[in-house]
Design a protein around this ligand. Sequence first.
Ligand SMILES: [Ca+2]
Ligand SMILES: [Ca+2]
Ligand SMILES: [Ca+2]
Length: 217
Amino acid sequence: MRYNMLVFSMLFAVGLLLANGISYSYDRAIEAEMADTIEAPMVIAEDGEASGGKFIWMPGEPATGGGGEGWAEFVIDIPAAGTYALWGKVIAWDGNSDSFWVTWQPADPDENPQDTNNNHFRWAVAGGEAWHWDRINHWLDNNDRLDREWDFNKAGETVLRIGVREDAAMLDVIFITDNLSADEAEVSLRDPGPEDATPVEPREKLTTTWGKLKAQR
Ligand SMILES: [Ca+2]
Ligand SMILES: [Ca+2]
Ligand SMILES: [Ca+2]
């Protein structure tokens, strides 16, 4: 009997460790239309199929050129130093409407690729006329499309800017994760839900509890 209890306790402890290990990760989904700043001609538009019923784009007709102006900026608090990846839920209906510019400061410099045309910040969006996920890449001169990663050396405020490169490219949701897998099935991509609401600061909660405990002594 005692032996069973011991085995049970050990299994329980191992289970807890595993659960904590697996849950040690960060991700967050943000509606594109919830950007902190949206600069025209990037605008919010409505679509019943989009998450939240809305998306952002620079309006344009199919198979026509144009773009290079307007952007959306997101102020994002990251919880810890580390390496992060971004995914976008997008529609790109033709080769003239399938790219954005992406900078994420302070990992990226304060540079406006709409002025500099720096391909390091050019995101070649995977084509498709229905909403689909695409890992944010950079599309380099030799036509390589390499998945991007951003290193932040401390927690805190970051600024993500999605700039128009080609008009009519559409963005519905941004997904931030420290899971660097390129395999869509291994990343828990999702539309924004309750878990993505502005998080309560757990450290503050702990401090309060600890303070109360000390006061009760
Ligand atoms: Ca293109
Ligand atoms: Ca276009
Ligand atoms: Ca949306």
